[in-house]
Design a protein around this ligand. Structure first.
Ligand SMILES: Cc1cc2nc3c(=O)[nH]c(=O)nc-3n(C[C@H](O)[C@H](O)[C@H](O)COP(=O)(O)OP(=O)(O)OC[C@H]3O[C@@H](n4cnc5c(N)ncnc54)[C@H](O)[C@@H]3O)c2cc1C
Ligand SMILES: NC(=O)c1ccc[n+]([C@@H]2O[C@H](COP(=O)([O-])OP(=O)(O)OC[C@H]3O[C@@H](n4cnc5c(N)ncnc54)[C@H](O)[C@@H]3O)[C@@H](O)[C@H]2O)c1
Length: 747
């Protein structure tokens, strides 16, 4: 049998890849070493967190399963950074890692179109051209064939576990490493690198003395991840906080000479942002203690994960270290911490679709691409699964019809887009983790609007139910209409208005103020009261009351001067209109959208119009919208969006302006005979790559791996100077042969 899609690996990447492809109609087979361990949490029993929560929500919006499983298997839910701006908040859940795995395995086994087979893959099979993957061979000699192949083998390629001086060829402690497959990937001509990660010891729950430890509970109103989840009242378990002590640090320092990290035993590069405890004590020698979270691994809390104490020190040192920590004096270690080195494939060898540039029909996703984290893996797996399935349209047009050939998300519409773009254009030589700071347009890319940003894609892929599509499309329409109204109507400081503000516990106003400003205030929540106030204004003063005159409301252009002052500190750190170019995925489809009929703007298609684009358009031409929005009929989610967008209106607009600017710059054409040599500011590597590829536009140039935003900036400047020079040159016939020298004289 020839499957449509073959997925190798049943981790978080493999699960998403297999499930989405099957859901999109492909006949999928997943091969994994142990069916028991599908979606096993190799390390931390937690999903989400800063930046990672964004990924889970985006995965969920596109039809992925991570958010849904987490909502079923969580044992504590919190919003991190809750006191900060919405752009940097992160939903995080502790999970029952046993339940998660069992739920995921059963989900996979029950997914129509998906076959699961326990097998260790050792070789990738190519067609006669040697440039196209057609299947795999397992270590029992069985071959599997498919049109598309997705490899998601995580930390297993040449995996080498370190505990003190001991080394074990494992992909995870206790599971065989995948060595032959690594060799097979090299044989295909792919370049592999070496990375390292690690985990902490686990402790027997009953051996911990919690008496003096600080309890860390979940949120009173637990947040969930999936848009499909309703009636959410999970049982929540506490985590506990403890700290390392002087004794802990002393012990670790005394044993640096036995730490594989320092003895030269480990060569792979570890995650910078999640260092091991020995690394922290060596690098931050002045710190007298480090915070540790004791996290239950399951509902029964029989084992605890010591978050913050990742280590590969010898087992006897680990035992002493644990005993030196308050609450753990008599703790029993059930599993020792360890480090693992593994091979990864340099991700610059992939297209934005995650297909290999060298080998057709071969896709790579998950930690094999140099990332770290379940959420990063899930997001990559999902996109690989989607793109592999979309590409089946060329092979089986009778079975696959989608309105697009591939799904490449842009940097200005998703964190997934940011991550994939970073990986395939810049590459990574350390485990890549998503952070909100990686996104240039993070005010536009919030957790709260993930569903609205990606709704249209889910509809195109057929991964969202009709009912949900209609619900969210209605929300978008409501949000758009409300913002159009609020932006162009004002409240004046008369008695009625002041008493309305007092009723909402908002401060009085002393000048005509846009309604958008009122709705964006921190304490504003009561949309029903606003609607009642507007209606009473209209009833007492007639329809024209809303159009100006002496009324409390008017239709004048807004002065949002003090909106910035009301925005919290988070927005003040919003990126200043970045001048630099982004990669191809940064390309907004604004022109395309401009062509759309007005009436389509707020329909289900409106995912193509971002909130910023909408606000900008409504600022340019006053909308004819005068109807008071029926807030009482709006969903809570729509009201939340209106509040957030009103609050960050100016910042959102600025970010959109910078996107537009970048879009315009990327259109610049590069003459065919353009000479890159001698341009100061371009590295030799960049000059060589551009001279070989000869891109037609800056947009094409930005797609080439290694072409940095800074080099695109330099190029743009030179193109601009060249055009200027050509204009003033009366002969206007600058021979192509002279271009190099003329450029040199300009620079
Ligand atoms: C020790 C350790 C500590 C980590 N710490 C954390 C953490 O705390 N938090 C966090 O977010 N991330 C952590 N990570 C990383 C996290 O586990 C990964 O980022 C994530 O699981 C990657 O998902 P994946 O699907 O790419 O690979 P994995 O989850 O590793 O899954 C790989 C899958 O491929 C299968 N496989 C491998 N080789 C073959 C083969 N030849 N044939 C068939 N199947 C194969 C395996 O059986 C497995 O199912 C850690 C990983 C390890 C090992
Ligand atoms: N060991 C490795 O090599 C490695 C590599 C990558 C990731 N990781 C692990 O991946 C996990 C996710 O990474 P992350 O950077 O998002 O860390 P995280 O989600 O654990 O922490 C993010 C933030 O939340 C806080 N936090 C931690 N535990 C918490 C808890 N129980 N309740 C509330 N807040 C908590 C942290 O102080 C931090 O500010 C971490 O547990 C990390 O240890 C480990």
């Amino acid at each position: 049998m020839v499957y449509d899609v073959l997925v190798v690996g049943g981790g978080h990447a493999g699960l998403e890849a297999a499930c989405i492809a099957a859901r999109m109609g492909a006949r999928v087979c997943m091969l994994t070493i142990l069916v028991e361990n599908i979606a096993l949490a190799s390390c931390n029993p937690a999903i989400g967190g800063l930046g990672k929560g964004h990924l889970v929500k985006e995965v969920d919006a596109l039809g992925g399963v991570m958010g849904k499983i987490t909502d079923k298997c969580g044992i504590q839910y919190r919003i991190l950074n809750a006191s900060k701006g919405p752009a940097v908040r992160g939903t995080r859940a502790q999970i029952d890692m046993d339940l998660y795995r069992i739920y995921a395995r059963n989900l996979a086994l029950n997914t129509p179109n998906l076959t699961i087979s326990q097998a260790m893959v050792k070789e990738i099979l190519l067609d006669s051209t040697g440039q196209k993957a057609i299947g795999v061979r397992t270590n029992i000699g069985k071959d599997y064939y498919a049109h598309k192949l997705i490899i998601t083998t995580g930390t297993f390629l040449q995996g080498l576990v370190h505990i003190g001086e001991n080394r074990l060829e494992n992909g995870r402690f206790g599971e065989s490493a995948s060595n032959d497959l690594s060799t097979s990937l090299r044989d295909l001509g792919l370049t592999l690198g070496r990375l390292k990660t690690g985990t902490c010891p686990r402790i027997l729950g009953s051996s911990i003395d919690f008496t003096h430890l600080e309890q860390h509970s979940g949120d009173e109103n637990p947040p969930h991840f999936s848009y499909t989840t309703s009636e959410f009242t999970p049982t929540q378990l506490p985590c506990y906080i403890t700290y390392t002590t002087e004794r802990t640090h002393e012990l670790i320092r005394e044993n640096f000479h036995r730490a594989p990290l320092f003895t030269g035993q480990i060569n792979g590069v570890g995650p910078r942002y999640c260092p091991s405890i020995e690394d922290k004590i060596s690098r931050f020698a002045d710190k007298s203690r480090h915070q540790l979270f004791l996290e239950p691994q399951t509902t029964h809390a029989t084992e605890y994960y010591v978050n913050g104490l990742s280590t590969s020190l010898p087992y006897d040192v680990q035992e002493q270290v644990i005993a030196s920590i308050p609450g753990l004096e008599n703790a029993i270690i059930t599993r020792y911490g360890y480090a693992i080195e593994y091979d990864y494939v340099l991700p610059t060898q992939l297209h934005h679709t995650l297909e290999s540039k060298a080998i057709h029909s071969l896709y790579l996703a998950g930690q094999i691409n140099g990332t770290t984290g379940y959420e990063e893996a899930a997001a990559l797996g999902l996109l690989a699964g989607i793109n592999a399935t979309l590409s089946l349209q060329d092979i089986a047009p009778d079975r696959f019809h989608f309105p697009r050939k591939e799904l490449v998300l842009r940097r200005d519409e998703s964190y997934i887009g940011v991550m994939i773009d970073d990986l395939v254009t810049k590459g990574t030589n350390e485990p890549y983790r998503v952070f909100t700071s990686r996104a240039e347009y993070r005010l536009l890319l919030r957790e709260d609007n993930a569903i609205y940003r990606l709704l249209g894609y889910a509809r195109e892929l057929g991964t969202m139910s009709r009912e949900h599509i209609e619900r969210f499309a209605r929300d978008k329409q409501d949000i758009a209409q409300a913002l159009a109204f609020l932006r162009t109507h004002f409240i004046t400081p008369n008695k009625h208005a002041q008493s309305f503000l007092a009723q909402l516990n908002l401060p009085p106003i002393n000048q005509k103020t846009a309604l958008l400003h009122i709705v964006g205030k921190d304490g504003f929540r009561d949309f029903d009261a606003l609607e009642a106030f507007l209606r009473s204004e209209q009833d007492s003063k007639g329809d024209s009351a809303l159009l100006g005159g002496d009324s409390a409301l008017g239709r004048h252009s807004a002065d949002f001067g003090d909106l910035e002052a009301t925005a919290d500190h988070q927005s003040s750190s919003a990126p200043k209109s970045p001048k630099n170019y982004e990669s191809p995925t940064a390309m907004p489809r604004i022109l395309e959208e401009e062509k759309q009929a007005e009436c389509e703007k707020f329909t289900a298609d409106s995912h193509k119009t971002s909130e910023a684009q909408f606000l900008q358009k409504s600022a340019q031409k006053p909308t004819p919208e005068t109807k008071i929005p029926a807030f009482s009929h709006f969903s809570p989610a729509a009201k939340e969006q209106i509040h957030i967008q009103a609050k960050y209106h100016d910042y959102i607009q600025k970010q959109q302006a910078s996107i537009d600017n970048m879009h315009a710059q990327l259109q610049a054409t590069i003459p065919e005979d353009f000479c890159y040599q001698g341009i100061s500011g371009l590295s030799l590597e960049v000059v060589e790559k551009l001279s070989i590829a000869r891109p037609k536009t800056l947009f094409d140039a930005s797609k080439i791996s290694g072409i940095t935003p800074a080099s695109l900036d330099v190029l743009h400047l030179h193109l601009h100077l060249q055009a200027k020079r050509a204009k003033v040159d009366s002969s206007s016939k600058i021979a192509s042969s002279k271009q190099c020298s003329s450029l040199e004289s300009l620079s």
